[in-house]
Design a protein around this ligand. Structure first.
Ligand SMILES: Cc1cc2nc3c(=O)[nH]c(=O)nc-3n(C[C@H](O)[C@H](O)[C@H](O)COP(=O)(O)OP(=O)(O)OC[C@H]3O[C@@H](n4cnc5c(N)ncnc54)[C@H](O)[C@@H]3O)c2cc1C
Length: 399
């Protein structure tokens, strides 16, 4: 079997690489002011997002007027692979670009589209996503933050938690309960809430890794008034959006994860040449090192090709159950990889633990290991992914 891309696709890759080499932010810019959170865009990050938008490279599968270029599925695959290999992210306010904007395009009024879509894509406004609550995470339908209609407004009371970027975001795409008596999936709506509203307070929560200190927040709503015109979609129809929101673009995220896994494994190969083990010999002379590396490499490649197989089905318009497995498998693979990287580098893995790290620095293994736990929680925990695979892919009974 010969695996290669056709000439047109390779041309796209070359052009993309060329564009990126000329347009991506410099290391000095990024190191001087790293984003404080996923909703904080320093000037360089706003300018970068705008350059991507203008070049049709922010969301390449979308039409030109939305910062895309109607890229084919295969070009999108190349795009995500290439972005995983450069330092800067393609957009720092991912929730806004990847989840909320598509939801507004699908469900919002014309007025909401006009007010929020292009400003977000051009990096002029940022968003946070208000779903999880202390009593509602995996079981989002159990949320209890309430919105009661009062004249032309809704009045919000309650609390969200783990809200990434809430302290910096301009707006929150917030899931609230609008019917207290309906069955729990049926009484939920979505409101756009201005984060500067009176009665709203975002309190940063420190993170284990100190990464983006302040990225996580608790958000408290004390009689916050929101104009009824900020309702997205129909009243009490929010559940449909919850399923839709999280599905947006998830289909391609594995490409970035697989490329990242491969890059870090190559770093370990290089480390093996210079780093000495406890016996004083170079690591790559150690049987254990070679075996572990071989196993991780094989698993990484198997995952990548499973992703490609799912992708080719998806591109032909067929169902691709492989993708249900990718989030689970990539998240757990990264965790194993970073743990092993930390073991191999020993105390040196802690070197960069508390520092903001230059974007092309070698992996801060210990910090990435701690951080990797979030990959198995955010956007649906590994246990929930296993439930989904069991029930929807394998067709097993619920109990
Ligand atoms: C990096 C990161 C960013 C995040 N950003 C946001 C954000 O911006 N906005 C937002 O709203 N939320 C955000 N979250 C929260 C995230 O969506 C929730 O943490 C996630 O949905 C899990 O909910 P929970 O933490 O309440 O855990 P719970 O749902 O309470 O789960 C606790 C444990 O029980 C297990 N469990 C629960 N139900 C089942 C079941 N039915 N079967 C088997 N096991 C089960 C879970 O797998 C988990 O191990 C973020 C989380 C992370 C890690």
């Amino acid at each position: 079997m010969k695996l290669h891309y056709d000439e047109e696709t390779e041309k796209f890759r070359t052009e993309l690489r060329d564009w990126l080499s000329k347009n991506q932010p410099t290391k000095a810019e990024m190191d001087a002011e790293p984003p404080k959170s996923s909703a904080h865009l320093p000037d360089w990050a706003r300018a970068w997002q705008l350059r991507l938008f203008n070049a049709g490279l922010l969301v390449p599968g979308w039409p030109k007027e939305l910062g895309g270029r109607d890229a084919t599925p295969i070009q999108q695959l190349i795009y995500f692979e290439e972005f995983a290999n450069i330092g800067p992210w393609r957009a720092y306010n991912m929730q806004g670009v990847q989840i909320i904007t598509p939801s507004i395009l699908d469900f919002g009024t014309e007025g909401q589209k006009e007010r929020f879509v292009l400003p977000c894509l051009r990096g002029e406004i940022t968003w946070c996503l208000g779903m999880s609550e202390p009593g509602a995470g995996s079981d989002l339908a159990g949320l209890s933050t309430r919105a009661d209609r009062d004249g032309d407004d809704f009045v919000i009371n309650g609390q969200k938690v783990w809200t990434s970027g809430a302290a910096e975001a301009d707006f929150c795409f917030c899931f609230v309960r609008t019917d207290q008596d309906a069955p729990k999936h049926k009484g939920i709506s979505v409101l756009i809430i201005d984060m500067k509203s009176e009665g709203l307070e975002a309190r940063p929560l420190p993170e284990l890794t100190d990464r983006h200190h302040g990225d996580f927040n608790e958000v408290f709503f004390d009689n916050v008034r929101v104009p009824a015109s900020n309702l997205v979609g129909k009243l009490n129809d929010g559940w449909r959006m919850a399923a839709g929101s999280l599905a947006h673009e998830r289909g391609m995220l594995w490409t970035g994860q697989c490329a990242r896994i491969e890059r870090r494994l190559r770093e370990l190969v290089e480390l093996g040449k210079t780093q000495k083990g406890p016996d004083g010999k170079p690591l790559n002379e150690s049987k254990k090192f070679k075996e572990e590396l071989g196993e991780l490499w094989t698993s990484g490649q198997a995952l990548k090709f499973m992703g490609y197989r799912g992708f080719s089905k998806f591109a032909r318009g067929e169902a691709s159950p492989e993708h249900s497995v990718m989030k689970l498998a990539c998240g757990e693979m990264e965790q194993n990889l970073f743990l092993w990287g930390a073991e191999v580098t020993g105390p040196r893995s802690l070197d960069t633990h508390h520092k903001r790290v230059a974007y092309d620095a070698p992996a801060p293994w210990a910090r990435q290991y701690l951080s990797s736990f979030s990959y198995t929680i955010a956007g649906g925990t590994s246990e929930i992914q296993r439930n989904i695979i069991a029930q929807r892919v394998l067709g097993l009974p619920r109990k």
